[in-house]
Design a protein around this ligand. Structure first.
Ligand code: GLC
Length: 515
């Protein structure tokens, strides 16, 4: 992968950065991108940048917990229709703001119909309208109603990928946007705004036509992500490994050719984890706190984990954990199938926390029924239990089909749970395979997405576990890794510097994408 410009070599400039995203922790927590936006913002702020966030005001965001102040009432966002078309010519929104405990200003776009009336963040048939409104609303608000101008507008995933498109077209001649660089982070290339079917040429969006009106059927067929890639000044994804993978047909979900063409503006930056929120020494959710010098204390956590899940309370039985969405991407099908065999052959326990696909939830519950006191399953969202798993389980398994970054493996390592992962994307970048000869390595990896490969690593891990000294060494190696956001934020500083440079030089706009 290409290296961005190095901002730390000279006196590093301080930027004004606006993140626009569908969801942000702690206001909503569906996907990994919500924590990325929150923690990246926090670390950039600590480095002296002026960081603000723009997101929808969902009804489930509790105003008692997050007090909000009205900043603008009656923002009329044009929908593209004229009077007499029988469609609303504009959608009326309000903007509220909340300042986080770290001092980040978060703007909330308020609209009854599209955000407040919905109890979920995603998966409505008019999502394309909801995210188009967010993108247009954000740009209109900052350019017309706010006395603050960002140097960088940073969008995330397909939901806000229209932002660079709107900046480069609607606002093409606007002096306000003249020197603002746009950055797009791809957290998951599989979701593009329309259902991904690379084989279908029908309704193919080449990304260069005008953005359709809000309620036209064409908006639905738009490939938001493709447009974001085309029009942004710089694109990055959440690991180097995934940045390389999405250039291939196998992982590119139909965008590999475009990305290969534009690869000089494509970068990979691995995500981090928040070292204050994720610290086994101070975590109030752990019965026993510990650090690298007191790893033994984990056994108390393991016993309460076993108790919590109704497993046999035995410190010496290896306990494997899974925490995450239950979907195809994560390889849950492979995991459940292999565990059925593995748990018959080996003395081990398994706990799972996750929700998602109904079929996988049922399959996990079936496994728990089949292996009482050996398998424990929680198939509902839970924000506290995962910490007990990280701090008490011996291993965490992640057999993903693909994994742009993956956060759980980093959280697990920080808490001394040894990862067993498929060597793909960010999992491959963050976990090094244990080498018994040198005692180096932080976990166990397998390459091919098949049952025997996973089975093999489950056996390797649980057999190695029997050697206490060796196991302790792997845990120490894992805990010593540095995945803090502070490190990652400096890589984003370099990206921003590069994006501004590209924007100034006009590298990716102009004739090539002239409309
Ligand atoms: C998506 C990816 C995951 C990544 C996260 C945050 O959820 O699937 O791998 O860690 O985004 O970037």
């Amino acid at each position: 992968m290409k290296k961005p410009l190095n901002s730390s070599s000279q006196s590093s400039p301080k930027y004004k950065i606006l993140h626009i995203g569908a969801e942000v922790t702690p206001f909503s927590n569906v996907g990994g991108l919500s924590s990325v936006i929150a923690y990246l913002s926090k670390s950039l702020l600590k480095k002296g940048h002026d960081v603000r966030i723009f997101m929808p005001r969902f009804s489930f965001i509790d105003e008692k917990q997050f007090p909000m102040e009205m900043v603008f009432e009656g923002l009329a966002v044009p929908t593209g229709y004229a009077e007499g078309d029988g469609k609303p010519t504009e959608l009326i929104c309000n903007i509220r703001k909340h300042v986080t405990e770290d001092g980040i200003i978060v703007y909330f776009l308020e609209n009854m119909e599209y955000y407040e009336k919905r109890s979920n963040v995603y998966n409505y048939s008019d999502d394309h309208v909801r995210w188009a409104l967010l993108s247009y609303g954000a740009l209109q608000f900052i350019s017309e109603k706010l006395d603050w101008k960002p140097d960088i507008i940073h969008s995330h995933d397909w939901h806000t990928a229209l932002v660079p498109n709107i900046v480069a077209t609607k606002y093409r001649t606007s002096p306000f946007f003249e020197d603002i660089a746009t950055v797009l982070t791809i957290h998951n290339i599989h979701f593009q705004g329309k259902s991904v079917d690379p084989s279908s040429e029908l309704n193919f969006d080449d990304g260069k036509s005008q953005i359709p009106k809000f309620f036209s059927g064409r908006l639905k067929t738009l490939n938001f992500l493709r447009r974001g890639i085309i029009y942004s000044d710089l694109v990055n994804t959440v690991s180097n490994g995934y940045a390389r993978q999405i250039l291939t047909r196998e992982y590119g979900s139909g965008l590999d050719k475009l990305l290969t063409e534009l690869r000089s503006k494509l970068f990979g930056v691995i995500n981090g984890i928040d070292y204050e929120k994720f610290d086994p020494l101070t975590d109030p959710l752990l019965p026993a706190n510990f650090d690298i010098n007191s790893i033994d204390a984990r056994s108390e956590n393991k016993l309460s984990l076993q108790k919590e899940f109704g497993l046999k309370e035995k410190a010496e039985v290896p306990l494997i954990g899974y925490v995450g969405r239950l979907d195809q991407q994560k390889g849950v099908d492979l995991l459940l199938e292999v565990l059925e065999k593995f748990l018959k052959d080996f003395n081990a326990q398994f706990v799972l926390i996750g929700s998602g696909d109904n079929g996988y939830e049922k399959a996990a519950q079936r496994l728990a029924k089949k292996f009482p006191q050996i398998v424990g399953v929680h198939t509902f969202p839970n924000f506290t239990l995962p910490k007990l798993v990280f701090g008490g389980a011996d291993m965490m398994v992640m057999p993903s089909r693909f994994e742009p970054c993956g956060i759980v493996q980093m959280e697990a390592m920080r808490y001394g749970a040894v990862p067993i992962v498929r060597a793909t994307g960010g999992l491959d970048d963050t976990v090094t395979d244990f080498d018994p000869a040198t005692l180096n390595g932080t976990g166990f990896k397998f390459k091919d997405f098949d049952g025997w490969s996973l089975y093999g690593q489950l056996v390797r891990a649980t057999e190695t576990y029997r050697n206490k000294e060796t196991w302790r060494k792997i845990q120490e190696n894992a805990i010593r890794q540095n995945f803090s956001w502070t490190e990652v934020a400096s890589k984003y500083e370099d990206l921003y510097k590069t994006a501004i440079h590209y924007k100034q030089e006009g590298f990716f706009h102009g004739d090539l994408f002239e409309l």
